[in-house]
Design a protein around this ligand. Structure first.
Ligand SMILES: Cc1cc2nc3c(=O)[nH]c(=O)nc-3n(C[C@H](O)[C@H](O)[C@H](O)COP(=O)(O)OP(=O)(O)OC[C@H]3O[C@@H](n4cnc5c(N)ncnc54)[C@H](O)[C@@H]3O)c2cc1C
Length: 443
């Protein structure tokens, strides 16, 4: 169903055929603006090829709100599995016959006196305007400690993990407790594997509270409509770790203390590998307490909302920790532990080296205001917190695409654009969590 690459000049080129690129295409199609979407792989690639077998959405299905294509299945409060997500995206492109060309990678972007020149793996293309929808989580980040581990260990990044059987028999070290690390640790744990988990500072959130999914409460409370410009420190909001929770088996909390009670081994943040042993910081207790405090803080804000709005909702007791570390282990011997593999769940960065336009700040983050860069006609779509919490997710990309489509339409019709405010910022580490990983986002 891939469209042909015709080689002619286009009003707009959209780079990336994920949900963001497709949403952009939908908005341009609605305005009758000629464009093409270039996808280096296939539509739905990220979900199809970079998620594990038991992967489910963490956000409820009703939040899948691609423009003109809201979730229509029979389980709005459920969590689509990997295959269903891929189908949802494929169906989206198909039902609007969006002009996506698959198997074409943009390898260079330049601004010429005649517009944008996009070099691709199938020749050069030109356009008046370009939208970069190349994904929020592009480049797997693995700390360089990995290089010091013995060759006998199997090492994977979370984006390469598929299932427990993929790993050799033996115990597994999972590094990182963002959404991926926690869910992969659970996947291995449920399969009966001995799991050692290096716990970072990512926060957690309860799945349900006072009779409803927490996401439903936060939606009612307007959290998902808050713009980044409402926060005093945009950087801190943009690059903080996602809260861990899962949609697996209908959705439930992820409580690392409960895993520990069931036999998973927890440690603080991984700090090194020396003399045949993994080394850890003494921050396990702090990290577990911190995650719980965030979760309880969210519950408190829901309580407040319920009280002020006078809503009838069942009450719930505060969370009581089900396990406490009796010590802070600082070392784990590889040979004694029987660890045969490591799953690095240490987040992602972005690679913008192919973009030869001076729109980045000193740290390699694109300077933009709601996706509009300082270069006229060049836009980003799908960045985490590009404008709202949902910008890099299914629930907020429609509003961002609509905003950009209006902007592109204005330029297309020869109108003058407003001044761009720069909201700069750069990640301190990976995107999923674990800020001990050295900043490696490259521009
Ligand atoms: C583990 C994980 C779990 C997530 N869970 C949820 C969830 O539960 N709910 C939710 O709403 N969101 C979730 N997200 C966030 C988000 O929805 C996904 O990251 C989603 O894939 C982002 O869509 P996108 O279109 O912006 O980018 P992508 O899906 O990454 O699409 C970008 C596309 O651009 C292509 N591309 C990149 N560079 C080029 C180039 N130079 N030339 C041509 N093509 C290029 C890529 O091949 C890719 O197909 C999750 C993310 C991760 C990593």
């Amino acid at each position: 169903m891939s469209h042909p690459l015709d080689g002619r000049h286009h009003c707009v080129l959209v780079i990336g055929g994920g949900q963001a690129g497709l949403s952009m295409s939908h908005g341009l199609r609605a305005r009758g603006i000629d464009h093409l979407v270039l996808e280096r792989d296939e539509i739905g690639h990220e979900w199809r090829d970079r998620r594990w077998d038991t992967f489910c959405l963490v956000t409820p299905n009703w939040q899948c709100q691609l423009p003109g294509f809201p979730y229509r299945g029979g389980d709005p409060d459920g969590f689509m599995r990997r295959g269903e997500i891929v189908s949802y995206i494929e169906e989206y492109a198909k039902s609007f016959d969006l002009p996506v060309v698959e198997g074409v990678e943009a390898t260079r972007l330049r601004l010429t006196p005649h517009g944008f020149l996009v070099r691709t793996t199938r020749g050069d293309l030109t356009a008046d305007q370009v939208v970069l929808a190349t994904g929020p989580y592009q480049v797997p980040l693995i700390p360089r400690i990995a290089e010091r581990l013995p060759e006998s260990l199997t090492q994977l990044h979370s984006s390469q993990y598929r299932n427990p059987a993929q790993l050799p028999p033996g115990a597994v070290m999972v590094v990182g407790t963002g959404q991926s690390g926690c869910q992969i640790a659970e996947d291995l744990h449920l399969a009966g594997r001995r799991v050692h988990l290096a716990v970072g500072s990512a926060p957690r959130v309860a799945r349900r509270y006072r009779g409803r999914d927490v996401v439903a409460w936060l939606d009612d409370m307007g959290y998902y409509r808050r713009g980044i410009d409402e926060f005093a420190d945009a950087d801190a909001v943009r690059f903080r770790a996602n809260h861990y929770v899962t949609g697996r088996d209908g959705g439930h909390d992820i409580d690392l203390r409960a895993f520990a009670r069931e036999g998973m081994w927890l440690y603080g943040r991984l700090s090194g590998f020396r003399s045949g042993s993994f080394r850890f910081q003494q921050d396990l207790r702090k990290n577990l307490d911190g995650a719980d405090a965030v979760s309880e803080g969210i519950k408190n804000s829901i309580d407040h909302y319920i009280a002020v709005a006078g809503i009838m909702a069942p009450t719930e007791d505060c969370y009581v920790p089900v396990w406490e570390p009796d010590q802070e282990p600082t070392a784990l011997s590889l040979s004694d532990s029987g660890i045969t593999s490591v799953v690095w769940s240490t987040g992602f960065g972005r690679d913008h080296r192919w973009i030869d336009v001076p729109i980045f700040d000193g740290r390699g983050y694109p300077t933009h205001d709601r996706g509009v860069t300082s270069c006229e006609g060049l836009y980003f779509l799908g960045l985490p917190w590009q404008y709202t919490w949902g910008s890099g997710r299914f629930c907020g990309v429609a509003a961002d695409a609509e905003f950009l489509a209006n902007r592109i339409d204005l330029v297309y019709r020869g109108g003058k654009s407003h001044e761009v405010r720069w909201l700069a910022g750069a990640p301190r580490g990976g995107y999923e969590n674990d800020d001990w990983v050295a900043p490696r986002t490259v521009a």
